[in-house]
Design a protein around this ligand. Structure first.
Ligand SMILES: NC(=O)c1ccc[n+]([C@@H]2O[C@H](COP(=O)([O-])OP(=O)(O)OC[C@H]3O[C@@H](n4cnc5c(N)ncnc54)[C@H](O)[C@@H]3O)[C@@H](O)[C@H]2O)c1
Length: 442
């Protein structure tokens, strides 16, 4: 059996102490599916996109700056639990020549008041992970589109909540995966579409980023991210590496994730770091961390592609997302430096620099916008452009659910001694007929 869930199964697992969603009680695999084929989400074009923004810490501030640089965007409301952060963004918006946005800072659920405003089209959030789904759901229930930072959801139940609410309300729910707009992964997508790698067979991806200092910081993500390492073992942050590979592989659009197995090393890095920084008797050095330092998951798609996906944020190491795509005619890898091999074009058995392929295969989005703002700007530009033209977003609610689901599924696999676990089909069969993401223009 490949990990089909039922409620009894879940209760056994939960009783064994393996259910670890923070802030919400959730039932992995609790699939409150709609009957029949879900409606296609289709939204009318908007001349101006009026935004309410929730969570203006590190990443939220980056988004605000980018959004203020895009024509046809108005920041109408800002929400954070810290008043000074709201006031700072109100000042930025004023300085950009827009009216002062309304401020919301009356606590952790004040976003609900903001969602009820009748002058917003989009509620965008860059809050800690436990708030992504409650905010997106409140936004869509109030008739607004939703955009969220990554990962969109922590549990499988939350993934379904996003899908079902989006379908029920006919509002888009977009997970803002900026790494899908990196220069080289855009170029790789363009090359994939032109058949340069032949038929895709395999990908390698990950999030390998030394976050030890950040996890013990007394500011920003230090206030919430370490709690996940204390309680959960799995791939807690899957989408940066996985998203671009999934787009190349037409996941949810011709193929879909079928099942995964996952395994973690022991946990050592956070204890060691805390002992060195704060002393061996400090509570943070003695704390037990559930998260294995190096997690590797292996995903197989229904059409027979494989992906290895790493998560490693507690060891000293240079940054990497791996970014490897391999097909029957060639292979690309992004880290530690961009290299490519194309059969018949590259010298035999030799990795080449990608330089000579740039001219021919640079993605039109990067050609038009790369210089002006890079991937963070382009992801916001594309979201706004799609809402303005009524086009389907590059990444939709099914991508948000399938890419984010890896966290809960890997936790589940590890709890079952690397048991294979099935992915839910969030599209409910529509993946067979949905069209692959094309090469979109600016
Ligand atoms: N795409 C990327 O490259 C990238 C980079 C960094 C962070 N992120 C993601 O962005 C999100 C935020 O991360 P960050 O680094 O900005 O963290 P942060 O802690 O700096 O910012 C979070 C903000 O949310 C506010 N907040 C917390 N609870 C809230 C609530 N209930 N209502 C309103 N505001 C609330 C906090 O006060 C803070 O200002 C996370 O999901 C993270 O994974 C993505």
């Amino acid at each position: 059996m490949t990990g089909q869930y039922d409620r009894r199964d879940f209760l056994r697992w939960a009783a064994a102490g393996s259910t670890l969603a923070l802030g919400t009680v959730s039932l992995p695999g609790c699939t409150k599916q709609l009957k029949g084929t879900p409606p296609q989400i289709k939204a009318a074009p908007l001349d101006t996109v009026r935004i309410g923004f929730v969570g203006v810490g590190g990443m939220g501030s980056v988004h605000i700056k980018n959004l203020l640089a895009i024509e046809g965007v108005q920041i109408r409301a800002v929400c954070d639990i810290v008043e000074e952060k709201v006031v700072r963004i109100q000042r930025w918006v004023q300085e950009a020549g827009q009216p002062t946005p309304a401020g919301y800072w009356r606590g952790e659920t004040d976003f609900k008041r903001m969602c009820d405003r009748n002058d917003l089209d989009l509620v965008f959030n860059a809050t800690p992970w436990r708030w992504h789904v409650p905010i997106c759901v409140a936004a869509m229930e109030a008739g607004k589109h939703a955009a969220t930072e990554v990962p969109a959801a922590v549990t499988i139940d939350e993934c379904w909540q996003l899908v079902e609410t989006s379908e029920k309300t006919n509002r888009h729910c977009v997970m803002m995966e900026n790494c899908c707009y990196s220069q080289w992964m855009l170029m790789v997508l363009n090359m994939v579409r032109k058949g340069i790698f032949g038929e895709l067979l395999h990908g390698q991806a990950g999030y390998l980023h030394d976050l030890r200092a950040l996890k013990f910081s007394t500011k920003g993500e230090g206030l919430w991210r370490r709690q996940h390492s204390e309680k959960r073992d799995g791939n807690l942050y899957p989408t940066h590496g996985l998203g671009p590979v999934a787009q190349c592989m037409d996941i949810n659009r011709g193929d879909r994730f079928d099942y995964l197995v996952s395994m973690s090393s022991k946990s050592a890095g956070l204890n060691l770091y805390a002992a060195e920084e704060f002393g061996p008797d400090h509570p943070l050095a003695k704390q037990k961390y559930a998260l294995g330092d190096i997690n590797v998951s292996l995903i197989r798609t229904v059409n027979g592609k494989t992906i290895t996906l790493y998560h490693d944020c507690s060891t000293p190491r240079p940054y990497s997302r791996i970014d490897l795509v391999q097909g029957t005619k060639g292979i690309f890898r992004g880290y530690p430096e961009e290299k490519i091999y194309i059969e018949g074009r590259s010298p035999e058995h030799t990795w080449e620099s990608t330089e000579k392929y740039r001219e021919e295969y640079e993605h039109p989005l990067w050609k038009a916008l790369g210089e002006s703002g890079g991937m963070d700007y382009i992801e916001n530009y594309r979201l706004i452009k799609c809402l303005q033209t009524g086009a389907h977003p590059d990444m939709d609610v099914y991508d948000a659910a399938a890419w984010s689901a890896v966290s809960a599924l890997s936790e589940r696999s590890i709890a079952g001694k690397s048991q294979p676990i099935d992915f839910p089909d969030f599209t409910r069969g529509r993946w067979k007929t949905r069209q692959p993401l094309g090469i979109v223009q600016a």
